[in-house]
Write a protein that binds this ligand. Structure first.
Ligand code: ADP
Length: 500
C-alpha cells in the first residue's frame, strides 16, 4: 500500500465550486426557501469544497409544480419520438464535451478513482443514446381479434404512456451513474423528473441538470433539489409525484416503500447487498483472483453489488486468499484525481467509522485479518482494503452490508454446499462464479437467488440487461425492457364497432 500526494481540480471546476448555493428548478438556479445550506466535503482531504442549498418540503413542492407544468406542456408531451431522441443524443454530446470537468467534480466530491468517474460519464452518454433508440420503438399492441366475437366487435389496443412526474432519489456511491441510470429512461419515456441527490454528493447532479438545459431539454423537465433525507421523504410523500425510483440502503428503502403505500405510488427500489463471489478449483486463477479482488475493492467496496463474501473451493482456498490479500496490499490508496491510485477514500468520516467498527466486530467474532484492517493515519477518510478468514456464517460481518473494502473468505467443498452458503442471506443483488466447467456455471447460476449473476467476470452491466435484486435487495428492475417499462403506464382502449 502506497499513499500519494493530493492533486487539485481544473479552473472550470473551481468556478463551479465557489458559486452561490442553489437548487435547479424550472430551468434555473433557485435559492432554497429556508435560506439554509450545508457544506460539501472532499473525502480525500476531509475539507469543505463547496456549499449546497438545503432543500426541504417547500422546495420539493416548487419542483413538483415545475415538473407537472412541464409534463403537461406541448413542448414536451407532444414531441415526436424522433425529436425526443434527438434531444437525448444532444444531451449525450454535451455531457461528453464536458467529460473532463464532470470527472474532476465527481472525484472531488465522491473520492472515486478518476478512471471510474470517466467510465461513468462515457456510460451515461451511452445510456442516453440507448434510451433515445427505445423512445422510437415504444409501441402498444393491437388486440381486436381476441376481445371481439359472440356478436360483439371492438377495435382494441394498448397504449404505453409516461407514468408522469417522477421522483428520483440517488445515493452517493456513484453520483453521475446513479443519476443517469434513472434520468435517461425517465426522459425517453416522456416523464419529467425531480432528482434528490445524496447529501454527501450534490454537485454533479446540479451540473448535469444545467447541461440538460444547454442541450435544449425544456425548462422544468429535469429539476434537482439538493438536501437531506427530509427532502427525499417530502418527495416520496408528495401527492403530485406519480412514481419514485430510489437507490440507497435497505433500511431507508423500507421506509420509502411504507410512505409510498399511502399514495399507491409506483416504486422501484435498488437497495443493499451481501453478494457472494464463488471460486471453484477448476477456475482460471489468473482471472478468478483479480476478479474476486476487483469485486470487493472497486470503488473502495462502496458498491451495492460488491462481492463481500468470497467462497473458495477447499483445495484452492489458501492460494486464492493469498492472491487476493496480495492484491489488497499492493493497491495504491489516495486521491482519485491521481491516476496512479486504485483505491479512494470512504465517502465520509461516519462511513469510515462504520467500516472500522465492522472490522473490530469481525475480530471479536473470531475472524483473522490476513490483509489490511486499519484506517490510514492521514487527512481524508481512507481505510486499507481488508481480507478476513475464519468466520462462521452466523457472524454479523458475514451477514450485514458493510459498504467498505472488507471481504470475508470461507472455504466450501461442493456445488450443493456453496449454493446454500451463497443463498444464506436476506439480500439477493449479485453473485460471481469463477469456473471453467460450463455445466457447473449454468447450474449454479440457476440456483443462486440473485438478480445478477456474473460468470468468469464480476459487476458487468448493460442498459439492455435488467439490473436489480431479489429479496431485500430491491423491487423491480432498472435497465432492460423492465427498467424502461417502470417509467410507463399501460392503457387499454376499446372502440365499439358494433354499431355498423
Ligand atoms: P446512506 O445511509 O448510505 O446515506 P440512504 O439510503 O439513507 O443511504 O440514502 C440514499 C438517499 O436517500 C439519499 O439521497 C438520502 O438523502 C435519501 N433519503 C434518506 N432518508 C430518506 C427518506 N426517509 N425518504 C426518502 N429519501 C431518503
Amino acid at each position: 500500500m502506497v499513499v500519494d500526494s493530493t492533486s487539485g481540480p481544473g479552473p472550470s471546476v473551481s468556478r463551479f465550486l465557489v458559486r452561490d448555493p442553489a437548487l435547479w428548478i424550472g430551468g434555473k438556479c433557485v435559492a432554497a426557501e429556508s435560506g439554509e445550506d450545508f457544506e460539501v466535503i472532499d473525502p480525500a482531504s476531509g475539507r469543505p469544497i463547496a456549499v449546497a442549498a438545503r432543500g426541504g418540503a417547500a422546495d420539493i413542492d416548487k419542483a413538483v409544480r415545475a415538473a407537472r407544468t412541464a409534463f403537461e406542456a406541448a413542448a414536451w408531451r407532444d414531441l415526436s419520438a424522433g425529436s425526443r431522441a434527438q434531444l437525448l443524443w444532444r444531451y449525450a454530446d454535451v455531457i461528453e464535451a464536458h467529460a473532463q470537468e464532470l470527472a474532476e467534480l465527481e472525484v472531488l466530491n465522491n473520492g472515486m478513482p478518476i478512471g471510474f468517474a470517466q467510465w461513468s460519464i462515457a456510460a451515461s452518454a451511452n445510456w442516453l443514446r440507448h434510451y433515445a433508440g427505445l423512445a422510437g420503438r415504444l409501441a402498444g399492441r393491437h388486440n381486436s381479434a381476441a376481445v371481439s366475437g359472440d356478436g360483439q366487435r371492438f377495435h382494441a389496443y394498448t397504449a404505453p404512456e409516461p407514468v408522469g412526474v417522477v421522483g428520483l432519489i440517488t445515493p452517493w456511491n456513484g453520483p453521475i451513474a446513479g443519476f443517469m441510470i434513472k434520468v435517461a429512461p425517465a426522459l425517453a419515456a416522456g416523464c419529467t423528473c425531480i432528482v434528490k441527490p445524496a447529501e454527501n454528493t450534490p454537485l454533479t447532479a446540479l451540473r448535469l441538470a444545467e447541461l440538460a438545459s444547454q442541450a435544449g431539454i425544456p425548462d422544468g423537465v429535469l429539476n434537482v433539489v439538493t438536501g437531506f433525507g427530509d427532502a427525499g421523504a417530502a418527495l416520496v410523500d408528495h401527492p403530485g409525484v406519480d412514481k419514485i425510483s430510489f437507490t440507497g440502503s435497505t433500511e431507508t428503502g423500507k421506509s420509502v416503500l411504507r410512505a409510498a403505500a399511502n399514495h399507491i405510488k409506483r416504486t422501484t427500489l435498488e437497495l443493499g447487498g451481501k453478494s457472494p463471489c464463488i471460486v471453484f478449483d477448476d477456475a482460471d486463477m489468473d482471472r478468478a483472483i483479480p476478479g474476486a479482488a476487483q469485486a470487493i475493492f472497486a470503488n473502495s467496496g462502496q458498491v451495492c453489488f460488491a462481492g463481500s463474501r468470497l467462497y473458495v473451493q477447499r483445495a484452492s482456498f489458501d492460494r486464492v486468499v493469498e492472491g487476493v490479500a496480495a492484491i489488497a496490499a499492493s493497491l495504491r490508496i489516495g486521491s482519485g484525481l491521481d491516476t496512479g491510485n486504485a483505491v479512494g477514500p470512504m465517502i465520509s468520516d461516519r462511513q469510515r467509522q462504520r467500516v472500522v467498527d465492522y472490522i473490530a466486530m469481525g475480530k471479536a467474532e473470531g475472524g483473522e485479518v490476513v490483509a489490511g484492517g486499519r484506517p490510514l493515519d492521514r487527512d481524508g477518510f481512507f481505510i486499507e482494503p481488508t481480507v478476513f478468514t475464519n468466520l462462521a456464517s452466523s457472524a454479523r460481518i458475514v451477514r450485514e452490508e458493510i459498504f467498505g473494502p472488507v471481504v470475508v473468505a470461507t472455504p466450501f467443498d461442493d456445488l450443493e454446499e456453496v449454493a446454500a452458503l451463497g443463498n444464506d442471506t436476506n439480500y439477493g443483488l449479485g453473485a460471481g462464479i469463477f469456473t471453467s466447467h460450463l455445466a457447473k456455471a449454468h447450474s449454479l447460476a440457476a440456483r443462486l437467488r440473485a438478480g445478477n449473476v456474473w460468470v468468469n467476470c464480476y459487476g458487468v452491466t448493460h442498459p439492455a440487461m435488467p439490473f436489480g435484486g431479489f429479496k431485500e435487495s430491491g423491487l423491480g428492475r432498472e435497465f432492460g425492457e423492465e427498467g424502461f417499462a417502470a417509467f410507463l403506464e399501460t392503457k387499454s382502449v376499446f372502440v365499439d364497432l358494433g354499431g355498423l
